[in-house]
Write a protein that binds this ligand. Structure first.
Ligand SMILES: Cc1cc2nc3c(=O)[nH]c(=O)nc-3n(C[C@H](O)[C@H](O)[C@H](O)COP(=O)(O)OP(=O)(O)OC[C@H]3O[C@@H](n4cnc5c(N)ncnc54)[C@H](O)[C@@H]3O)c2cc1C
Length: 383
């Protein structure tokens, strides 16, 4: 096979990683996708799941596949940072807390051990965990990544390896003879041998991946401003996930104080326990434009204050985002049109940390550089 020209549609966490791996493997690459909108309220186009400064990164996971994709990705962060000069990794550690007697911690410990991660019992954390809860710590390099900067780093590395970057959305894909045409926002088009769709929650509603079982869910996060003396006191706070069926929100996560663009530090709390189905393009766009709806902020605030009572009077704000779920709980990397159009989507709310490995696997798949037998079956679309 000669040099392939591959268009990667979606300049997000998975797409920018895939573009880098494709370009570094010697393929001709066009990475197509818009930058973050300047004004959400009036934005007529698409949005992304990575418009933020912090995503938890960790190997510990109930599932060995997810643990492995995270371990592989984390092992390449330092190299990407030094190649681009862009720091996105903050290795402050990760803590999991679960109800005593639940099988979560033993399952995470087992998956972690397979990748050399030993979870430690740790009492030296600042959280007021609910009685009847036990906790484990995964130390550095677990912690958090800045997803915006990681996309920047992957895009820069892809460009340095020869990829062309086109900062527009794609509104349609057309197969024509041996080529695929990507129809851009301004009416122009990019013609390539193959297309890899990594457009996150927008992939299905825009119509780029017909037949793929991707389902967008809105999510709300609450950010509480942290006073300077608490920033100092909590300088070594790990990221936290707490899973407790007895709590109002059984599944919550929390990021340590992170400095945002306004110069202040915020602690962010979010949950996977409240779904907001976003079934079409209009509802997805409105979710981002209006900043979400629902009672999530009050419930998140109550959970936050129970964990960190020091934040009871902190100033808060909310952000809206959308995740892409699949029936299997795993991403889908597979053909939409065999040999022409492939998809790499379905982060299930947890793919930021693993995006580099998912992008690498997608690059192998779309160029047929891996045999079907050697490719993780869990990533294939349901048949
Ligand atoms: C609130 C929240 C908290 C999260 N926390 C964590 C966490 O702590 N740890 C973790 O590992 N993961 C976390 N995640 C999940 C993680 O952010 C996603 O799994 C990840 O962003 C998925 O990457 P992606 O490339 O599929 O999608 P995205 O990052 O959304 O990228 C998709 C890209 O496609 C572009 N696009 C869309 N439509 C088009 C189009 N028509 N043409 C061209 N481009 C298009 C978008 O502009 C975007 O750049 C969280 C998600 C949310 C919403």
């Amino acid at each position: 096979m000669g040099t392939l020209h591959v268009a990667v549609v979606g300049k997000g966490l998975i797409g920018s990683a895939a573009a880098r791996h494709l370009a570094e493997a010697g393929n001709e690459v066009t990475l197509i996708g818009p930058d973050e909108p300047a004004a959400f309220r009036s934005h007529p186009g698409v949005f992304a799941a990575h418009y933020d400064a912090a995503r938890i990164t960790r190997v510990l996971d109930r599932d060995a596949h997810w643990a492995g994709w995270a371990a592989a990705s984390i092992s390449r962060y330092a190299e990407l940072e030094s190649a681009t000069g862009l720091k996105f990794h903050h290795p402050l550690g990760f803590m999991v807390a679960a109800a005593l007697g639940s099988d979560l911690i033993p399952a995470m410990e087992q998956a972690g051990r397979a990748f050399g991660v030993i979870a430690q019992a740790d009492a030296a954390h600042p959280f007021h965990l609910m009685p009847g809860t036990e906790a484990r710590l995964e130390s550095a390099p677990a912690g958090f990544i800045d997803p915006r900067r990681m996309v920047q780093a992957q895009t820069l590395a892809a460009a340095n390896a020869g990829a062309r970057v086109v900062r527009q959305p794609v509104w349609a894909l057309r197969e024509e003879g041996a080529l695929v045409r990507c129809i851009l926002d301004d009416g122009s088009e990019v013609r390539t041998d193959r297309v890899l769709v990594c457009a996150g929650a927008f992939s299905a509603p825009v119509g780029l991946v017909p037949g793929m079982p991707l389902n967008a869910q809105g999510r709300i996060v609450l950010l509480a401003r942290v006073a300077p003396e608490l920033v100092e006191r909590w300088a070594r706070m790990p990221a936290l996930i707490r899973v407790d069926p007895h709590a109002d929100l059984p599944d919550i996560y929390l990021l340590p104080p992170v400095r945002y663009a306004d110069g202040h530090h915020y602690i962010k709390i979010g949950t996977g326990s409240i779904d907001h189905p976003l079934d079409d393009l209009t509802s997805l766009q409105e979710w981002y434009r209006l900043g979400g709806v629902g009672s999530d902020p009050e419930r998140l605030h109550a959970s936050l204050v129970a964990l960190l009572p020091e934040l009871a009077d902190a100033e808060v704000r909310t952000d809206a985002c959308a995740v892409t779920m699949t029936p299997s709980g795993y991403p889908i990397i597979d053909w939409v049109a065999p040999g022409r159009i492939a998809v790499a989507c379905g982060g299930n709310g947890k793919a930021a940390k693993s995006a580099d490995e998912l992008g690498r696997l997608a690059a192998l798949w779309v160029t047929e550089s891996v045999s079907t037998d050697d490719f993780p079956e869990v990533l294939r679309a349901p048949r």
